[in-house]
Write a protein that binds this ligand. Structure first.
Ligand code: ADP
Ligand code: DP6
Length: 324
């Protein structure tokens, strides 16, 4: 029994940052993302007899027991949920830097959930697929769908699900991923968000503001208003990163070049080139802009930060089964 699935990463425009239930990965606030065409994970899952050892290959390299633990534990949780047995051969390729704040966990766990569903021929619907992807990594919930996606926080396994807002949006929106540093980050998303929930005196304000931002962002999307989408995404990202400084101990994912990239965005806007930024749990910066400004922005970044890699992306699709 085996199946191969492809899932694209997604970048949150309104971020998920904190859980109210670690096991079920129930978030404290709803979030909203765009699925990206340029970054994805492909995972082949083969179900083995129980006497064969679990094996996990990532980008062609066999992973240690320790590095395989999160993935194997996740598949065990799914087996328990559906009362299934067997061991696993997992062969996965990331077309996205791993653990660098470019959302590899979103595409990774969505691809695992989809290959599990297909390999065992469970035929669960997309809503259930978004629930079981959530059990692997919160942001994976949203990678089940393409385009703009909302993850409604909910308060139970049943109602904490993703919903597609527009699978093929008409908006002229390009995301430029500025890869400042693609090495594994020192504070994982899971750790970073737990620390702010536990220690930041401003956490309740973040949740309140993020919920307001969701309503505003949905209105901006419905009105096909690029400027409002970009502005809201930037404000929400700044709030998340400001919150990290208020944890105890305070921390940041920014590196000097992250700040430089933010300054470049301000300078471009002063010169009439409209663009916005957002950052996740890592130093890399994602610029939101329109097609007409893409080349000028890339040129400006190449002049100022010649060694950074810039990858162009726009809306990507939801889960795909490649082979069964
Ligand atoms: P990122 O910013 O890339 O999402 P995180 O630290 O949030 O980084 O998540 C990375 C987690 O996802 C790690 O536990 C890593 O082992 C796991 N992961 C990344 N890619 C894969 C993959 N293709 N298959 C299974 N697990 C993966
Ligand atoms: C900043 O989904 O990686 O990218 O649920 O603990 O696996 P876990 O965290 P994860 O966190 C993503 C955080 C973020 C914002 C977002 O994608 O909404």
């Amino acid at each position: 029994m085996h199946a191969t699935a492809r899932a694209h990463t997604n970048i949150a425009l309104i971020k998920y940052w904190g859980k109210k239930d670690d096991q079920l990965k129930l978030p404290c606030n709803s979030s909203l993302s765009m699925t990206l065409d340029a970054f994805y994970t492909e995972t082949k899952l083969t179900i083995l007899d129980a006497d064969q050892p679990n094996r996990f290959y990532l980008n062609g390299q066999e992973q240690s027991l320790k590095a395989s633990q999160r993935v194997v534990n996740y598949l065990r949780v799914l087996q328990e949920r559906f009362n299934l047995s067997g061991n696993f051969l997992i062969e996965s390729t990331n077309h996205v830097p791993t653990s660098a704040g470019l959302a590899s966990s979103a595409s990774a766990f969505a691809a695992l959930a989809a290959s599990f569903n297909a390999a065992y021929e469970l035929n669960v619907d997309l809503t259930e697929l978004s629930r079981i992807a959530r059990l692997g990594s919160g942001s994976a919930t949203r990678s089940v769908y393409g385009g703009f996606v909302e993850w409604q926080a909910g308060d139970s396994d049943e109602n904490s699900i993703a919903l597609p807002l527009a699978e093929h949006p008409k908006m002229d929106l390009t995301l430029l991923a500025v890869e400042i540093e693609t090495a594994k980050k020192s504070i994982s998303s899971t750790k970073g968000m737990n620390l702010v929930v536990e220690t930041s005196p401003y956490y309740a304000t973040w949740v309140e503001q993020a919920e307001l931002n969701i309503g505003q962002m949905k209105m901006a999307i419905a009105a096909n208003d690029f400027s409002a989408v970009g502005h809201l995404a930037q404000q929400n990202a700044l709030a998340m990163h400001a919150l990290n400084l208020t944890a105890d101990p305070g921390f940041t994912y920014f590196q000097p070049e992250t700040i430089r990239a933010m300054q470049l965005v301000a300078e471009l806007n002063q010169n009439g080139v409209e663009c916005y930024f957002t950052m996740d749990a890592g130093p890399n910066v994602k610029i939101l802009t329109q097609l007409k400004n893409v080349e000028e922005i890339i040129q400006r970044f190449k002049n100022d930060l010649p060694h950074v890699k810039i990858v162009k992306a726009t809306f990507g699709p939801g889960i795909e089964i490649l082979d069964k």
